[in-house]
Design a protein around this ligand. Structure first.
Ligand code: 4NP
Length: 165
């Protein structure tokens, strides 16, 4: 059974598409494509149907990454369909916890709980800022996605299943 990972931000056009794209590339580069289902969504619906923000796409393209997601809003079935639901900031986390049945709360975590440099921090929202903000998002997302993948690979091994960050 693949491990199913959903990245969530507010609009699903900047931070969570970057996390999805970076994590997907990592998984593919590691030869683990079959082991993961990767997706992203937004708590808001304003940008549903849109590709990632042009500025996020440009920052990713500079690093050779193509972001192919189409924005969608979180739906109730996401809490059934995914094993890990990773919020980009505290507001997204709060929103997800309000939407989910308490029996699913254990699946919902802050993405940066896995960031070795700043565990539990927010991924800053770059939408109203300048181009530097998008580069910063990619730096954070790349570092954290690498640590997340290492964690999930360790957790998939039965002898390490108890390990948490
Ligand atoms: P995201 O960024 O949550 O990282 O996709 C935003 C995108 C759109 C808006 C806010 C944040 N907005 O207000 O439309």
């Amino acid at each position: 059974m693949p491990t199913r990972v959903l990245f969530v931000c507010l609009g699903n056009i900047c931070r969570s598409p970057a996390a999805e794209g970076v994590f997907r590339h990592l998984v593919e580069d590691t030869g683990l494509r079959e082991a993961f289902v990767v997706d992203s969504a937004g708590t808001g619906a304003w940008h549903a149907g849109e590709p990632p923000d042009r500025r996020m796409q440009a920052a990713a393209a500079q690093r050779g990454l193509r972001l192919s997601s189409i924005a969608r809003q979180v739906v109730p079935s996401d809490f059934e369909d995914f094993d890990w639901i990773l919020a980009m900031d505290a507001s997204n986390l709060q929103h997800l916890r309000r939407l989910a049945h308490p029996s699913h709360h254990h699946k919902i975590r802050k993405f940066r709980d896995f960031d070795p440099d700043a565990p539990g921090a927010d991924v800053p929202d770059p939408y109203y800022g300048d181009a530097d903000g998008f580069t910063t998002v990619l730096d954070i997302v790349t570092r954290t996605a690498q640590a997340l993948l290492a964690h999930l690979r360790a957790a998939a091994r039965p002898d390490r299943a108890h390990v948490t960050p």
